[in-house]
Design a protein around this ligand. Structure first.
Ligand SMILES: *Cc1c(COP(=O)(O)O)cnc(C)c1O
Length: 407
């Protein structure tokens, strides 16, 4: 996508606006499947919590993707988007037995990540195909908030509890068809990932009826200039070889599953916001935009760096800015960032806005959520409208007048 296309979309649909480039999602999907083309049975389950607009789900479905879900509501959205139940995978954490049973009843593959629920589910529903989530205790990335495989993580069943796990499976006559791990959000070191994979292979040997091994995700994409990304081709080469060797040893062609979110959609997304005010203080120049962490929380939540361009003045002289939002508390998108000269009314474009941006947005400060546009074949399609005042009132119930009168 060109900056000019984005500028036209901002004019056409207004700001703030999310724009997703379908071609980029497709090319990322193809990159991943190509890197693992030597694995006979490969399955990509898009982790829809990254970006859950139904049009995006349908786009990925048409590419052949399955779906990775973390809540029953995501399962229902996936079914609504036309995914067959067997293409949906459910990997919750800390949810009730009842929700897991409901999802199972919909025909969706469940993945259980703690011994308590495993034992309860197995006792009530023997023979049901179940996947188990293992925590291999491998620290994949540097940030403890997005690294979920380490020792203090709430995710997965510790690999050290395997003997207990095996005993529960035997006692309840459960049918374990898959083993899963998801070590965290940043695979920077392929050797570390392969080490975790070995732990999964070892765990897998305890189960006779496996159909698949699910390696989760954690593919890192570049955010800043000079950021290192996961080397997909190298990972593909090394893991495919090792996986195929394991299948030979196991005596069956298992399916290899990945569940990428960020890798598929992050770089396809652009967030466009208009500069309301340029404010010079004694120490910095603020560019205040018509948005805030209610629409894009990652900088405030994780300290994420989204590259920002002034697409209204791409060739302008670069100056230093702090880009801030309109929410009434600290609301900083970027500090001391080099951006081509900003005037009030300019449109700023934030990169890597496809994953965990709209899906984490809220109505804080009673602001409307932005619209979303899918860019396909040189055209922008509105896939979610800007919210309206009625949306803020939806589900709010006024007190009955006689009760209100007693206050
Ligand atoms: C969030 C999540 C993913 C996707 O992670 P990304 O870093 O976006 O690729 C995959 N699997 C599970 C279980 C998740 O919770």
């Amino acid at each position: 996508m060109q900056a000019n296309d984005l500028l036209h979309l901002a004019e056409q649909f207004g700001s703030p606006l999310y724009v997703y480039d379908a071609e980029k999602i497709q090319s990322q999907y193809n990159r991943l499947t190509k890197a693992f083309s030597k694995v006979p049975n490969l399955r990509i389950n898009y982790a829809m919590k990254a970006l859950s607009n139904v049009a995006i789900l349908q786009l990925l479905r048409d590419m052949g993707s399955g779906l990775d879900t973390v809540s029953i509501q995501e399962v229902l959205l996936g079914l609504h988007a036309g995914y067959a139940p067997e293409k949906i995978f459910y990997t919750p954490n800390g949810v009730s037995l009842e929700e897991i049973e409901e999802v199972h009843a919909l025909g969706v593959q469940i993945n259980i990540d703690n011994l308590s629920i495993l034992e309860q589910f197995g006792a009530k529903h023997p023979h049901v195909p179940v996947c188990i989530r293992i925590n291999p205790h491998v620290m994949a990335g540097g940030n403890a908030n997005i690294s979920v495989g380490h020792i203090d993580s709430k995710f997965g069943i510790s690999v050290h509890q395997l003997p207990h796990l095996v005993r529960i499976v035997e006692n309840t006559d459960m049918n374990i068809v898959g083993i899963h791990m998801h070590t965290g959000s940043d695979i920077l070191d392929i050797e570390v990932f392969l080490y975790a994979a070995e732990i999964l292979f070892d765990a897998a040997k305890n189960f006779k009826n496996l159909e698949f091994l699910d390696f989760g995700s954690g593919f890192k994409v570049p955010y800043k200039k000079d950021d290192i990304a996961t080397d997909i081709d190298e990972l593909g080469k090394k893991l495919s070889k090792r996986f195929n060797a394991f299948c030979a040893e196991y005596g069956k062609d298992l399916t290899l599953i990945f569940e990428p979110g960020k890798f598929l959609v992050s770089e396809a997304g652009f967030f466009l916001a208009k500069v309301n005010v340029v404010k010079q203080t004694t120490s910095t120049v603020f560019a205040g935009v018509d948005s805030g962490f209610n629409h894009l929380i990652r900088p405030m939540l994780y300290g994420s760096q989204h590259h920002i361009e002034n697409i209204s003045n791409p060739k302008g002289k670069e100056r230093f800015y702090s880009v801030v939002g309109y929410i009434c508390e600290t609301d900083t998108f970027a500090t001391n960032r080099r951006i081509s000269e900003i005037k009030e009314g300019d449109i700023l474009s934030f990169r890597n806005a496809g994953a965990y941006c709209f899906s984490m947005s809220s109505n804080y400060n009673s602001r409307y959520k932005p619209a979303e546009v899918l860019w396909m074949n040189g055209q922008g399609y509105l896939i979610r409208a800007h919210e309206k005042f009625e949306d803020l009132l939806q589900n709010q119930i006024p007190l009955p007048t006689e009760v209100a009168a007693t206050v």
